[in-house]
Write a protein that binds this ligand. Structure first.
Ligand SMILES: [Zn+2]
Length: 317
């Protein structure tokens, strides 16, 4: 995108768990990812502790800075600082009695200057190369939790990256009047950091972007899609609906307002017209070890691809 390099590199602080990840409660060994997750801002911990009940779902040893919290769904994330308590979130299906004794062997590693890169590219426009259509999708996920527990992130967001790559392949073979840009953002899960960095250090003038489409969680679609920023850009949203009705692509397009829930956000804040599209229906795995490619249907992938291409065709011409 800057004519030199596909990578735009930046750094951020992040707490990681590259080593041991062992938890037992009431002497029963728990399976990481399935039975428990560690709160992302936890320091490492080693040893045994007796827990006291704090409320219906929280059990702590205040002296040893350990908390066990009982959850009905385990949802992991990323933290950029380390708190002073090690918190273990346990799936309620994994334990039968109140947790009394917890034994931990957990290693964390706080990295002050974690290096990450946005991946940026473009296909030059044939008539108005200074006007831009932009497609974005984050390619980071949550990383590993311990040495052997892996969060695949198939829907979040390998699905969006694959759609972006399909679009890149299509536009490389079919250059348009406008320049078509593609960005895979890093650091999304740590707080939309890659897109924030890009908008603060843009490789193209933000004012030259005619429209941005961000895709995240697009591996299903049997119940349609939701469009964030629909109410911010009603003309474009109407156009999207007209094209969808004409082409019979998706069963439903839900309108949503502004939301800081993916990488379109910083661009919207800078006045760049944008939509964030995610699909609805199918498997509900999210930020857990079950977000796997094998169970992701991709049933509306072609239709969504066609809808996006036709929508942008109309914006350009
Ligand atoms: Zn995501």
């Amino acid at each position: 995108m800057n004519g030199e390099n596909f990578l735009q590199t930046f750094h951020y602080p992040v707490n990681t768990f590259p080593g041991k990840m062992e938890v037992s409660i009431n002497r029963k060994q728990l399976v990481p990812g399935r039975d428990f997750i560690i709160s992302p801002n936890s320091p490492g911990a080693k040893g045994k502790a007796t827990l006291a009940q704090k409320d219906s779902t929280h059990y702590s040893n205040v002296h040893k800075h350990i908390t066990v919290s009982i959850q009905s769904k385990l949802t992991w994330s990323v933290a950029h600082e380390v708190a002073d308590f090690t918190t273990i979130q346990v799936d309620k299906k994994a334990i039968y009695k109140k947790p009394v004794i917890v034994e931990l062997n957990i290693e964390n590693k706080f990295i002050q200057d974690f290096k990450a890169s946005n991946v940026c590219a473009m296909v030059k426009g044939t008539v108005r190369p200074d006007s831009l259509i932009l497609f974005t999708a984050h390619y980071d996920h949550l990383g590993g939790m311990g040495r052997s527990t892996y969060f695949p992130g198939a829907n979040d967001n390998a699905s969006g990256v694959s759609l972006l790559l399909s679009l890149a392949k299509y536009y490389a073979a079919n250059p348009q009047r406008y320049t078509i840009g593609f960005i895979c953002f890093a650091g999304e899960e740590a707080g939309l950091l890659g897109s924030k960095y890009f908008t603060e250090n843009p490789l193209v003038p933000l004012s030259s972007i005619r429209f941005l489409t961000n895709v995240d969680l697009v591996g299903t679609g049997d119940e349609g899609i939701t469009v964030v920023n629909a109410t911010e850009f009603p003309k474009e949203f109407m156009l999207l609906n007209t094209i969808n009705d004409d082409g019979n692509f998706l069963v439903k397009i839900n309108a949503r307002g502004k939301a800081a829930n993916s990488d379109h956000y910083w661009f919207t804040e800078q006045g760049v017209p944008s939509f964030f599209i995610y699909t609805l229906g199918g498997i509900k795995a999210y930020h857990d070890i079950f977000d796997k490619a094998e169970t992701l249907p991709f049933n509306e992938y072609q239709d969504l691809f066609k809808l996006i291409v036709k929508f942008n065709e109309r914006l350009i011409n």
